[in-house]
Design a protein. Sequence first.
Length: 339
Amino acid sequence: MKILSVGIPCYNSAEYMRHCIESLLPAGDEIEILIVDDGSQKDNTLEIAQEYERNYPGICRAIHQENGGHGEAVNTGLKNATGVFYKVVDSDDWVDHDSLMKVMDTLRRFVQQNQTLDMLICNFVYEKQGAARKKVMNYRSAFPIEQLFTWEDVKHFHLGQYILMHSVIYRVQMLREAALELPKHTFYVDNIFVYQPLPHVKSMYYLDVNFYRYFIGRDDQSVNEQVMIGRIDQQYLVTRLMMSYYDVTKVQPEKLRNYMTRYLEIMMTVCSILAIRSGTPENLQKKKELWQELREKNLRLWLRLRWGFLGQGMNIPGKSGRKVSSAAYKIAQKFYGFN
C-alpha cells in the first residue's frame, strides 16, 4: 500500500527538479512520486522523469501530458494517485528530510489505526533567494498540536497566517468526493486547491514541523510581483471562481465560515494591491468592477470585506489614497517575508 502520493508538476524543470525528487525518495516504498511533465519543450524534463522511473520502479512514475498548466498537472497527479493521501510539491521546491520521516510516521499511524484524517497541516519555510533570515509559516496559534481535531477546535489565525498548498496533505478519497478539478491554463490555482475542498474537511491534524521548503525569488516565478501584475487577469479569474463555489456567509460551522471569508478577503486584497501597484487606469477599473460585482452578487459578503480592515485599506480614494495603500503593502511585505 502507498501511504502518500506526491504529484510534482513539471514544466521545463530540468534545472531544479532533481533536487525536489531526491528530497522525497527517503520515504521509500510507502511513497509514490508522480512526476507530471506538462508538455515541456525547452529541455529534457520528460527524460529526467523517465530516468527516475527506471531507477526507482514502483516509487517514481513519469507521466506525460499535453500542456495544460499547473492546475491540470495537479489534476493528473490526483487522477493517478494510488496512495491514501495526496501532496503537491512544485518542481522548484523540496521537503526537509527529518520532517518527511515524521510526516510518514504520522500518516502511517492513521492508516494502521483505521482512523479517518482528511487534512494534515505542516509548516513551510520561505526559502527566499538572498534572504539571510528564513520566514517560517507555522500554525501554533491556530491549531491544536499533534492531535486529531475539527473546525470547532480551531483557535486564532493571525493576519498573514493562512493555509497554502505547501501546508496541506489531503486524503485522496476526500478530494475525489469533493470533485476537486483545477482549471486548465490558469495561474494561481493553488488557492483553489486549498479553498474548494475545505467544507469537505471534517478531521485535521497539525504536525509542527518545517516540512515544505518554498523556493521564492526567481525573476520568472509566478509570484514575482511584476509577473503577477502582468497576469492580473488570472488572479481576478481565480478570485471569481473561488467566490462562485460557495455562499460563504452560509457555510457551517462558524469557524470554517470565518476562515473561508478571510481567505476571500486576502484574495480581494491581492487583486486590489496588484491593480494599485500597476498604476494603470485599465487595472484600476478592473479593481472597481470586481468590488462592484461582489456587491451585486453577495451584498452581505461585500459589506464584510469592503468595510473590514483590509478592504478599507485597499479602497482609500484618490491618488494619495493609493499611495497609502501601496506603502502599507510594502511594510506588510517586509514584515511577513512574502515576495
